[in-house]
Design a protein around this ligand. Structure first.
Ligand code: ADP
Length: 366
């Protein structure tokens, strides 16, 4: 139970307990000595005679009750006051002692993927907190190095794979142009073409994901034309499934890079179409709410179980691997969306659409 309490309070409680035990013991001891003392004082007049030894005196006078009670009350009040004052002093002292740890914890909380390499300033003191800061900075440096290596590796791998794939694609296209009588060969070519398509998409997404996306040229991006362009691109797939894409007319705009934002809404609308049954509706709505712009991509598909709702934004996560693979998914689309939106200081989340489907919600600060 004690482990759930903050360190400062824990420290205060333990110190107060020690103080209480010490003070109560001291009070009891002093009360006992006071009783003995009072008994001895009561015997004093007989001793003053000089002739009679203490042990042979008539029985001692009982200790004066009121004096003893007053003494007892005073020591009890003093004990309570000392314990209270001690506890308050310990609370403030603990706050002072723990301040460097609190400062360090604040700095650690500010670290994220963007500023892994920025070291935390070392405290002036030469104590354990300084040592801890040095160790933490070292760990962050190692982490950033391996993080960059990993990123570079996937970017290079994707880049290297791009060219041979493009060549294979071109050769296959040429081969497909020639007349092919054998149905088996045709089937094989179709399968190869489909797999090449998937591989190209995976590599394209990998490149997007491992790229640093600088946001140098922020321009006004009008949302309605952007959504219409995306819907147009997806119209043939939507038509095949008889899915209607509805886009709310709006004059709203956001500041950003149109190419990147187009990628985000292409991925969201493509998913909405991909994971919806035929003859359903997909809609895009835009609402301004104070300083925020809320964009929703709503579908009537199978929806996403609650436990997977935050994981779908992780790279390579798929709710149902076989379903996703069957529709040509690779699990990178939403991770790319999240990354691009973070660069625009926007957020993305998913929630259920009742009775069926999902609502992907993007919020842009104005
Ligand atoms: P994928 O390329 O597999 O679609 P995404 O990153 O775009 O990868 O999506 C991750 C997973 O989230 C998908 O595999 C799918 O299971 C789920 N998902 C995404 N969008 C939807 C949606 N609109 N409806 C239902 N499930 C979805």
């Amino acid at each position: 139970m004690l482990k759930k309490i903050p360190l400062r309070i824990r420290f205060t409680l333990v110190a107060s307990l020690f103080l209480l035990v010490s003070c109560v013991t001291l009070t009891l001891l002093s009360n006992m000595s006071a009783v003995h003392m009072m008994e001895a004082v009561a015997l004093l007049p007989s001793m003053k005679d000089g002739s009679t030894p203490i042990l042979q005196l008539e029985p001692a006078q009982p200790v004066e009750e009121p004096y003893y009670q007053v003494f007892q009350q005073k020591t009890t009040v003093a004990t309570i006051l000392i314990v209270l004052a001690g506890s308050i002093a310990t609370y403030f002292a603990a706050g002072y002692v723990l301040k460097p740890i609190r400062d360090l914890s604040c700095e650690v909380q500010k670290r994220n993927v963007e500023n892994l390499g920025t070291p935390i300033e070392l405290p002036q003191s030469a104590d354990e907190v300084r040592q801890l800061t040095i160790s933490f900075n070292q760990m962050m440096e190692d982490l950033q190095r391996s993080f960059l290596l990993q990123k570079e590796f996937s970017a290079n791998a994707a880049h290297e794979l791009r060219t041979p794939l493009a060549i294979m694609r071109a050769k296959l296209d040429v081969f497909m142009l020639s007349e092919n009588e054998n149905p088996e060969t045709q089937k094989m070519i179709d399968a190869m073409s489909q797999q090449l398509e998937r591989l190209s998409k995976l590599i394209e997404d990998l490149l997007w994901f491992s790229k640093d996306l600088p946001l140098e040229k922020k321009t006004r991006v009008m949302l309605y034309p952007l959504f219409c362009d995306v819907a147009e691109e997806l119209s043939s797939v939507a038509k095949e499934k008889e899915i209607e894409i509805q886009i709310q007319q709006t004059n709203e705009f956001v500041l950003g890079q149109d190419r990147l934002l187009e990628r985000v809404f292409y991925n969201l609308l493509e998913n909405a179409v991909k994971y919806s049954p035929p003859q359903t509706q997909v809609s895009v709505t835009v609402q301004r709410e104070g300083d925020f712009l809320r964009i929703q991509v709503i579908d009537q598909g199978e929806g996403i179980p609650e436990v997977c709702r935050s994981a779908v934004f992780e790279p390579f996560f798929r709710v149902d691997k076989s379903r996703s693979r069957a529709v040509g998914g690779n699990g990178l689309g939403l991770a790319v969306c999240k990354k691009i939106l973070e660069r625009h200081h926007a957020s993305i989340a998913v929630r259920p659409n009742h009775p069926n489907g999902s609502i992907f919600e993007v919020i842009f600060p104005s």
